[in-house]
Write a protein that binds this ligand. Sequence first.
Ligand SMILES: C[S@@+](CC[C@H](N)C(=O)[O-])C[C@H]1O[C@@H](n2cnc3c(N)ncnc32)[C@H](O)[C@@H]1O
Length: 358
Amino acid sequence: MADGGAEEEQVEKWVKYYSSFHEILLVGEGDFSFSLCLAKSFGSASNIVASSLDSYDDLINKYRNAKSNLELLKNLGASLLHGLDATKMKFHNDLLMRKFDRIIFNFPHAGFHGKEDGIHLIGMHRKLVFGFLGNARGMLRADGEIHVNHKTTAPFCHWNLHELGIRNSLMLIECVDFRIEEYPGYSNKRGASPRCDDSFPLGECSTFKFIVSPAVKNGKAGNLDLARGTSQALQLIPNPVHLLQKQPISFNLLHPQMISGGTLEHTGLPLRSHLRNECFRIFGKYLHHAEETFGRTDYDVSHSVREALRLGYKSYMTGDSGRCLSGYISMLQELQHQSILRSTWLRNRLAEVCDLQL
Ligand SMILES: C[S@@+](CC[C@H](N)C(=O)[O-])C[C@H]1O[C@@H](n2cnc3c(N)ncnc32)[C@H](O)[C@@H]1O
């Protein structure tokens, strides 16, 4: 109580995207240093549920700082769960009635079961993230977000998180560079093998942010072939011309005049400039062609779309080295995503205008 008898107001504290006022669930923790980083910065962990797949005993054996990190977290008021499988967590007794503002999985990894670029292991990783997203989806508060920190170079980009989100009716709203120095004290862990306590080189990595969105229709999750992300992902990509015909307002989505300062003009939505330039390099000619032929009934649209996709792929592959089909598919999905965001934004503005006129 303060002097006047009024209850002392709590001051909100932020660490990057995480607030001391958020209810936060962390899964797949290694030595719990990420959870502790948040807790220390907030000055309390009463809003944090931190969990690991490992049992308590395994954690103590695997990570030299686990014991002290867990003790500190407990003293700060965190709820700690061990043996929590992120792909089944929604059924866990302690989580049944809980909803969260942020659910975080840092660098999910299914273990070292073969070559990292092998189809089998990629399938295992995808199955893990798919299961996690499917569980986390139902555990969010309104406006809640699921965050996955993940490497973005090959072979990790082949996990195709964006598609795994779509399959769970989750929209990828942002994919922002992850910088470990913004989380003081966090030490990323390999998590398995005799070197489980070692950190792995992060290289290029991002925070993938997902929200539940009715705009993203649930894919046929039951038929998902997790080992074959790329070919299945291709089926998800709508015919771009049909998309345009349904939403003619998206016509100039990639046209430079519509885009300024790294955002889609009028929407404030971020679009990375290198992606913007790449998209325009690859599809600019096609988009002009689509504009010119829009509405014509004497024109074989499906042929020109197939051609655009084929030529687009060839053109894409002439870019930086190390490119592959799944990168091309990710770019197409990013385009679709931007188109959906822009349509949603325009619909909302329209609704506001209509409200004003009533
Ligand atoms: C590369 S380590 C990252 C550890 C930690 N998140 C970090 O950033 O330091 C991958 C982690 O995923 C966890 N994991 C694997 N499968 C899991 C599952 N089904 N549920 C929860 N965690 C899982 C492992 O236990 C391991 O801690």
